[in-house]
Design a protein around this ligand. Structure first.
Ligand code: SAM
Length: 196
């Protein structure tokens, strides 16, 4: 079976690369790993999302498709509330757990889509969607976000505008009835929809 960064299990040998990323003045030591998304450096889309996401001091946050954890780890420094990191890739979850060790407000959960947070709602869902996994997976992540957001909560999603982002932002508008761009940089945009 072909393995992707979004496969549940990774059979390849795990090769770790240790890096330090500084975002919003927060220095994060990260272990990246083969068989996970962006195994050599912090992805430009995830970096932009982490730089621009709007998180209040008491907001609960879900970093959906957390990979090795950068977005959720930055979020955990912006809020005193709980931050849940979730991903389908078990290796990514294992590394996200290591990377977030010591941050008391982070929980890492492994599973498909919103299954690990069934019955739970958040103030912010931060998402760098797995475009390679297919548009229908990304659409489902957007559609099901509404049922996991508190009233007034937001879905904040990063994508390359001309490589699928425009379509995803239209879907966000279709689901939430509103959508705004909170930042644009190097072809990427962070789109936000509010659950009114
Ligand atoms: C574009 S990556 C972003 C990763 C992370 N934010 C980062 O910068 O390292 C998308 C992530 O979604 C995860 N993913 C793909 N399909 C998923 C699913 N069905 N349920 C949960 N996570 C999924 C992938 O494993 C991947 O880690």
């Amino acid at each position: 079976m072909v393995e992707h960064y979004f496969s549940k299990k990774q059979g390849s040998e795990l090769k770790i690369r240790e890096i330090v990323a500084t975002i919003r003045g927060i220095k994060v030591k990260l272990k990246l790993g083969s068989g996970t998304f962006s195994s050599k450096r912090v992805d430009s889309g995830s970096r932009l999302l982490a730089e621009a996401m709007q998180i209040g001091k008491n907001d609960s946050v879900l970093d959906l498709g957390c990979g090795t954890g950068i977005v959720g780890i930055v979020a955990s420094h912006l809020t005193g509330n709980e931050v849940v990191l979730a991903d389908v890739n078990e290796r990514a979850c294992m590394l996200a757990k290591e990377n977030s060790g010591g941050l008391a407000n982070i929980t890492v959960l492994c599973g498909d889509m919103y299954e690990p947070v069934s019955g739970k709602n958040f103030d912010v869902i931060a998402l760098n969607p797995p475009y390679t996994a297919g548009r229908s997976v990304c659409f489902k992540m957007i559609e099901e976000a509404k049922g996991h957001l508190n009233k007034g909560g937001s879905l904040q999603l990063v994508a390359r505008h001309k490589k699928g982002g425009e379509t995803l932002s239209r879907r966000m508008y279709g689901v939430f009835g509103n959508m705004q761009v909170i930042v644009k940089k190097s072809g990427y945009r962070v789109y936000m929809s509010v659950n009114n």
